[in-house]
Design a protein around this ligand. Sequence first.
Ligand SMILES: Nc1ncnc2c1ncn2[C@@H]1O[C@H](COP(=O)(O)OP(=O)(O)O)[C@@H](O)[C@H]1O
Ligand SMILES: [Mg+2]
Length: 344
Amino acid sequence: MSNKDVLLEVKDLEVSFHTYAGEVKSVRGVNFTVNKGEALAIVGESGCGKSVTAQTLMRLIPTPPGIIKNGEILFNGTTDITKISEKQMEKIRGSEMGMIFQDPMTSLNPTMTIGNQIAEGLIKHQNMSKKAARTRALEMLKMVGINNPESRLAQYPHELSGGMRQRIMIAIALACSPKLLIADEPTTALDVTIQAQIMELMKNLQEKTNAAIILITHDLGVVAEMAQRVIVMYAGEVVEQGNVEDIFYNPQHPYTWGLLRSVPRMDTEHGDELVPIPGTPPDLFAPPVGCPFAARCPYAMEVCLEKDPDHFTISSTQSAACWLLHPDAPKVENPVSAGGVKNV
Ligand SMILES: Nc1ncnc2c1ncn2[C@@H]1O[C@H](COP(=O)(O)OP(=O)(O)O)[C@@H](O)[C@H]1O
Ligand SMILES: [Mg+2]
């Protein structure tokens, strides 16, 4: 992969929140890259730092209490998101990156018409005339599958259904043709049929516009449908990353095994029993010194409690942070074989 294909490069990112109870270490040394036009999924249980990572990429974490403690976020090769001025960042947000959140009600402006909300960014960041922005807004509403777009332009968010509002969010995020779209659990608040429609829409639009997408989801079915690459996060760290095939058919980290067993999968026809991962993720006020998953890991060894594992390279596309991958570690049978998940 040559450098010109890389859109976003996240290096050693650490993000914390200073609260009355102490420092929450939400993101603890995260590395990954996103290539142009690629769909990357971020998966992991609730509270493991997915949203904070995504918000940091858009510089949307509140500072204070949040702080980017370390790392670089290189966008388009040279721009370091962690260092640029708020003014520059605003420009990037309005033109090169777009974000879709779980709950559109919190990000749509309740006092502004749909039409004005779509047009606002276009006028401000793309120097469009009011008239051109209105035409583009109409075009976007049609593109996201909204009927009677003309009459919708004059409506307010509360007049629309949840699914419709999410379509509006997508329209706003895509109106300026961003190079990167970040979608944080975009369909969690919607009912299942609407979820499928919105995902289908996002997939189509992503292919059409060739935007790269970072999709945060706990739905591994969606990952298999949408993404080419996956990063698995646990306790503020990336514990495994790979192509979608690597993660589904040859996962290496016991946490990934646990995730695959604990959620329904659309790509297996047989009804494997769902096994939740026992226990809970560690407290991010005082993360363990060793592997953060050790306390829940059926394979944990002494070293796992003492030292956070290195990232071991599995192939040119896959790596995982687990001491079982050390050449001297005992061999354990990978419980996830091609196409299916066996119980350990
Ligand atoms: N504004 C905030 N203030 C304090 N702690 C926060 C804040 N936002 C997130 N956190 C903490 O950061 C950790 C990671 O949260 P988050 O990224 O939202 O997890 P995920 O999206 O994976 O469910 C959690 O422990 C959460 O409580
Ligand atoms: Mg989240």
